[in-house]
Design a protein around this ligand. Sequence first.
Ligand code: GAR
Length: 196
Amino acid sequence: MNIVVLVSGGGTNLQAIIDAINNNTIRDTKIIEVVSNNQNAYALVRAKENNIPAKCISPREFDTRDDFNSALVEEMDRLSPDLIVLAGFLVNIPAEMVKKYPNKIINIHPSLIPSFCGKGYYGLKVHEGALARGVKITGATVHFVDEGTDTGPIILQKAVEVQPDDTPEVLQRRVMEEAEWVILPKAIDMIAHGDV
Ligand code: GAR
């Protein structure tokens, strides 16, 4: 299966996918390109270090959002991947892309959906929300992307305990280590083998 991984930042989830392919936790799968909306994303360095084609498509390079969206969709069409993986991609996916790739786009979200998801909940803000509400359990979710924000069918979830003295950063790291880096590779392997 050929996958494209879309990123915006540090790329630890991308790294988890690369590692899982290298140690055969994800089987029969190749990353054909990494696309970032952010020129400075460390994820792009990770891609280059692993000899994976990497490209930045930034909204800043375009006059309008529609032009950016078209460029993103055109790039996907050119690559024609079996699966598009949003690994910390903090950009709304164009409706046209969702329509064109039904059940072919997955996203990792750092909470147990339907908690702490939807508009405004991304990255550290998710963990700030969880701590502010005082939940004792949080986690991560892999889901298919539909036209809504974090509303698509759930593929895998994993729970993580909140500790009394957690900061958003400490909790984010635990959710990544114990949940995200486990279930995202697992979901990709399952999809590659028709198990979803
Ligand atoms: C991850 O925690 C991911 O779940 C989250 O952004 C972080 C990216 O980290 N994604 C969202 O919040 C999507 N709504 P990474 O670049 O190190 O993989």
